[in-house]
Design a protein around this ligand. Sequence first.
Ligand SMILES: [Zn+2]
Length: 56
Amino acid sequence: MADDQQFIAYMQAFEKSTEHLGSCPACQKGDPCRIGEPIHADFEAKQDAWTKKVGR
Ligand SMILES: [Zn+2]
């Protein structure tokens, strides 16, 4: 995957996760709901991958 595409996917996952968090008290408390769990997991996976790619 090209860097740009990976970054865009990461940002989209971040937006989805943040958007869900804003409207979900359970996820805000660190107890992800069934809807939020895969959204946050997806964001964390993409964040990990991106951090490993650019991080040093
Ligand atoms: Zn939630």
